[in-house]
Write a protein that binds this ligand. Structure first.
Ligand code: MAN
Length: 362
C-alpha cells in the first residue's frame, strides 16, 4: 500500500544558516519582571511580524520566584490572589513531588502536572530586525481557568486587515490553543480556545485555499498515535474541521519523538513551505521543512530528511532546557527567511536562510 506519509527523495544540499552575529539578541536580563517578587528565567519562542515599518516580536516571558534550596516554587494565575497569582511551594523531599528525568520544564505533584514557570507574552520592537527593545509590561497574560498556568509560543499572522494570534493556553485542564486578534497592538479581541487539549503549535496559512482557512496543528493523546502534525480547515477561523494527519514522527531520525509546526507556511511556486520542529528521544529539538500542495494542503510533497538547523552553538546547547532550537516566528524579505527562534529555552536568537536553498533540499 502506498504510504499516506511519503518519504521525500534524498536531500540535495544543506541550506546555509546565517545565524545573527549578535546572537542571542534578547536575554532574560533585558526584560523587567512582571512583579518584583519574580525573576525572568527564560525569554523564548517569539511570534514575529512587521508593523508600521518595524519588526515586532511577541515574546514568551517565563517567570517564577527566586528558587530556594530544598524547595520548588511556581506561580499559578489566580484572580483572587494579591497581584493576580499565587505561589505553589513544595519541599523537594515531599514524597508527592516527582520531577521526571529532572526535566526543568515541569513536575508532578499529588498526581497533577505543573509547569515550573508561568509564561506571559510581551512585545519587543526593532527598526533593523536585530536590535530589539522590550516593552516594560506584559502585553498579554493568561485569562480565566483555561490559562491559569500561562500562555506560550504565539504565532502571529496578518490576514484580512488584522493580526491573528494563535497561542498555547496551559492549565490544570490541559494544553489547548487560543486565538486573539488585533489591528493596532493596543486593543486585543479574545476569541477563546479554538482547539481543546491536548493541542498546540497552530500555524495559520496566510490566505484561503479552496475558499477556506487552514491551520497546521499538533494534537496528542494517550494510546495509539503520537505527537504528529495535522491540518484542519475552517470557514470562520473559530470552528475547525476536516482534520487530517499529514506528518508523523520517524523512528530513528532527528524527529522521532515529536513534531510541531512553526509559524505560517510560506507560499512558494512549488508549494506551501512549512518549517517545523522535531525532537528525538533525548529531547533534542531541530528544525526541518515540509512542502505541501498549493491547492490541497493535506498532500505532503516533500519533507526534510536531514534537519535544516540543529542546536550547535553554545547558546543553543546550554540553558534552561538545552539542545533546543524552536521557532514559531519569522518575517520574509523576498528569498530571505528571517527566522526568530528560542535557543535552549533560555534566549531569543535570529538566523537567516534562503527559501530557494531550503526548497533545493526538498
Ligand atoms: C515544547 C514547548 C516549547 C519548548 C520546547 C522545548 O515543544 O514547550 O515551548 O520550547 O518544548 O522545551
Amino acid at each position: 500500500m502506498l504510504s499516506p506519509f511519503p518519504m521525500p527523495s534524498t536531500a540535495l544540499l544543506a541550506p546555509a544558516i546565517r545565524r545573527f552575529q549578535q546572537n542571542p539578541i534578547l536575554t532574560p536580563g533585558q526584560v523587567r519582571p512582571s512583579r518584583p517578587d519574580m525573576v525572568v528565567e527564560c525569554l523564548l519562542n517569539p511570534g514575529a511580524f512587521r508593523y508600521q515599518g518595524r519588526v515586532g516580536l511577541l515574546m514568551r516571558v517565563a517567570e517564577r520566584p527566586v528558587q530556594e534550596q530544598g524547595w520548588v516554587s511556581t506561580p499559578l494565575l489566580d484572580p483572587t490572589a494579591e497581584g493576580g497569582a499565587r505561589i505553589l511551594r513544595i519541599r523537594r523531599d515531599d514524597p508527592e513531588l516527582s520531577i521526571l528525568n529532572e526535566d526543568a520544564r515541569g513536575f508532578d505533584y499529588m498526581g497533577r502536572s505543573y509547569l515550573t514557570t508561568l509564561s506571559h507574552l510581551r512585545l519587543a520592537w526593532s527598526d533593523d530586525g536585530i536590535h530589539f527593545t522590550s516593552d516594560d509590561a506584559p502585553t498579554l497574560v493568561g485569562e480565566g481557568l483555561h490559562e491559569a498556568f500561562g500562555i506560550e509560543d504565539c504565532r502571529v499572522e496578518w490576514m484580512d486587515d488584522r493580526y491573528w494570534l494563535t497561542y498555547t493556553a496551559v492549565s490544570e485542564f490541559g494544553v489547548a490553543c487560543g486565538l486573539i486578534t488585533t489591528r493596532d497592538w493596543k486593543s486585543f479581541l479574545r476569541h477563546g480556545l479554538i482547539l481543546p487539549p491536548h493541542n498546540k503549535d497552530v500555524g495559520l496559512f496566510p490566505e484561503k485555499v479552496g475558499g477556506r482557512h487552514w491551520i497546521l496543528h499538533r494534537p496528542s493523546g494517550v494510546g495509539p498515535g503520537g505527537n504528529f502534525i495535522w491540518v484542519a480547515e475552517s470557514l470562520d477561523m473559530l470552528h475547525w474541521g476536516g482534520h487530517a494527519c499529514i506528518a508523523t514522527t520517524r523512528p530513528g531520525m532527528w524527529d522521532s519523538e515529536r513534531i510541531g509546526a512553526g509559524a505560517a507556511p510560506i507560499k512558494t511556486e512549488r508549494g506551501w513551505l512549512a518549517i517545523y520542529h522535531g525532537a528525538d528521544l533525548q529531547g533534542r529539538y531541530c528544525l526541518g521543512a515540509l512542502l505541501l500542495d498549493l491547492e490541497d494542503p493535506r498532500r505532503v510533497l516533500a519533507r526534510s530528511v536531514e534537519p535544516l538547523m540543529e542546536p550547535t552553538e553554545d547558546y543553543e546547547r546550554n540553558g534552561f532546557f538545552g539542545n533546543v532550537v524552536f521557532t514559531n516566528g519569522h518575517v520574509l524579505d523576498g528569498d530571505r527567511l528571517i527566522l526568530y527562534y528560542g535557543a535552549a529555552d533560555s534566549v531569543i536568537c535570529g538566523a537567516e536562510l534562503s527559501i530557494n536553498e531550503i526548497l533545493a533540499t526538498l
